[in-house]
Ligand binder design. Structure first.
Ligand code: SF4
Length: 412
């Protein structure tokens, strides 16, 4: 590929020995002259590649800061393919920031259900209210102003400001950190504050004055599709000629990996309690895991194992009578930082007991699982309970196909 670079520009990346101290000396390496040359060369290679290779995404067709903000919040810790249907549904339901601010928080949570990291749904609603109350419903596009809004940090502010308003500010997410660390052969743990601060400096130095939004998206795209954590596709990389890690064959060791942590397992017991054709859901506390979402009544600490113990535990939990309690299966649910091991029981309540639960504010009876915002685990458990009612064998109950995790499940 012709890069359009002068010999000097192409050659400078390899000037001088590349030592293991390169990372520690990144600040020194990034002298003004070096930065200027790298900036020009890097942008000249990166943008044409992005123009030819960027993946179509619904938020790439707009400069609306509101839509860009929604996409950026949804993309935190979540893959593009997962986000696309959520983003489209969200924008259909809340086409403007004023529509979002006017919605009940539970409506926002319901649309967010299954996307994970539910605190984002609260932040997004709070932020929309602030934009309406403080900015008259006009979404700011200045990075400094954006950072004063709830749930918007430096990265998200820069993404919105650069894409929506061509402000020359840099983004730095996990993908960009990896690309920069490799580009400069920085053998550091990029999660450490000192390394992160250096990378922010470098990123801000490299972002060009023209097309900063495309440049930022190109950096993220490069990290997401070419400069992959385990197997970087250096042969297909548009900036290989500038990459110090590739030049010394150390791209697989850079950045330095964090020691892996043991994932804790949480044990719980959940009850699918039926009254006629309706089932009982209870709301979780408005803080911590799945805050504010609805779930099957669940015992989290010292969950019971047998039917008798479970009946007693669920009666205590709900301060009501639950009968015909029996275990039907055990499910495992993986979250980012923990594994949940859940034993599922079924049980029943009479109409009078069901009414007493509602009157006491201890839950709501639903005939459809998507009537209230729930987590993926709850959707899984509901699907398993539904199968259990039909007398399906345990093997079917414990191995749920992805299609069984759809949002709209009708109770039997
Ligand atoms: S050459 Fe390889 S290691 Fe360097 S930026 Fe490109 S993909 Fe990443």
């Amino acid at each position: 590929m012709s890069t359009g670079l002068t010999d000097r520009q192409s050659a400078f990346a390899f000037a001088g020995p590349i030592s293991t101290m390169a990372a520690m000396k990144a600040r020194r390496v990034m002298q003004p002259k070096y930065v200027k040359m790298l900036k020009q060369s890097f942008t000249a290679l990166l943008l044409p590649w992005f123009d030819a290779n960027n993946r179509p995404m619904p938020w790439r067709n707009t400069r609306d800061p509101y839509a860009i903000w929604v996409s950026e919040i949804m993309l935190q810790q979540t893959q593009v393919a997962t986000v696309i249907p959520y983003f489209e549904r969200f924008l259909r339901r809340f086409p403007t920031v004023a529509d979002l601010a006017a919605a009940p928080p539970d409506d926002v949570l319901t649309l967010w259900a299954g996307l994970g990291y539910y605190r984002r749904a609260k932040h997004i609603h709070n932020c929309a209210c602030t934009v309406v109350n403080v900015y008259g419903g006009v979404f700011p596009t200045d990075a400094a102003a954006l950072q004063t809004l709830p749930g918007i940090g430096r990265y998200t502010a820069a993404a919105i400001a650069s894409i929506a308003a061509d402000q020359s500010v840099a983004v730095l997410d996990g993908n960009v950190k990896r690309v920069l660390a490799r580009l400069l052969a920085m053998r550091v743990d990029v999660s450490q504050p000192a390394a992160e601060a250096r990378l922010w400096d470098i990123a801000e130095n490299l972002v060009p004055p023209a097309r900063p939004g495309d440049y930022n998206q190109a950096m993220m795209e490069l990290g997401a599709t070419v400069c992959l954590p385990q197997k970087p596709h250096c042969d297909a990389c548009p900036v290989r000629s500038l990459c110090r890690a590739a030049a010394i064959g150390r791209q697989h060791e850079i950045p330095r990996r964090r020691p892996t942590r043991v994932t804790p397992t949480l044990h719980c017991a959940a009850a699918a309690i039926r009254c006629g054709k309706r089932w009982l859901l209870v709301q979780r506390p408005h803080e911590g895991l799945w805050n504010g979402l609805w779930e099957l009544p669940t015992v989290w600490n010292a969950p019971p194992s047998g039917a008798k113990a479970a009946q007693k535990a669920f009666c205590t939990l709900l301060a009501g009578k639950v009968v015909k309690v029996r275990p039907i299966t055990t499910l495992q649910h993986q979250l980012t930082h923990r594994l949940i091991n859940c034993t599922l029981f079924t049980g029943e309540m009479t109409a009078a007991q069901a009414k007493a639960q509602v009157q006491a504010g201890r839950g709501r009876w639903v005939s459809r699982a998507d009537e209230l915002p729930t987590s993926r685990l709850t959707v899984k458990l509901i699907a398993a309970a539904k199968d259990g009612q039909k007398g399906m064998p345990p093997s079917r109950l414990t191995v749920l196909a992805p299609s069984a995790l759809g949002r709209v499940l009708t109770w039997p």
